[in-house]
Design a protein around this ligand. Sequence first.
Ligand code: PGA
Length: 224
Amino acid sequence: MEKTLWIIANWKSNKNIGEALEWLAVVGPKLPRNEKLKVAVCPQFTELEELKKEVQVGGYPLLVGSQDLSPFPQGSFTGEESAQTLHQFVDLAILGHSERRKNFGETDEMVADKAKQALENQIIPLVCVQDENTPVPEGVKLIAYEPIFAIGTGTPDTPDNANKVSGEIMAKNENVTVLYGGSVNSENATAFVKQENIAGLLIGKSSLDAEEFVKIVTLCEELV
Ligand code: PGA
């Protein structure tokens, strides 16, 4: 396979620090060292520092990401995590997830401001879109196609349709890499990444189980 594959764990509001470190102790040593495979974990903010430290101590080939960041720079914005501060712990940030758009009123404009903050602070923005019509902020190169009906429902999109929509997203936005997310597990993961226009996976529920996540990564590694 020519393409590089991204496998990204989105833990959402799950796992305390003990559980996070237990997961890392299982997953870290089993991650393949393959430059065509980029694996990342996105815990809650409170776990970032410790997890990043343990990844470095273990020398694991694992990127660390946040699930959001502030649309503002450092300053008087109570409760927000600025990209400038997060930069010391994270390589990437998931932005505009549908759960944020739905539960926290996040708009396309806010997502664009967040992407700008990420880019200015050397954090890779991973922007989630519902389909080819969701605007992709300038400078964003990594996108996750996440149809709402597939998120956390156990009913993924079909690999064929996900490939088609990913192709449309690529046609509308220059030089972007598209991942698929929504009810991915070890049974269906390879069917998605085998598709021409899909360069990886954003995984929620199945990423919480260390063994299941390792299984997905291992299956994907066999393809690159
Ligand atoms: P899911 O979540 O894998 O639990 O469907 C994916 C996501 O929301 O990123």
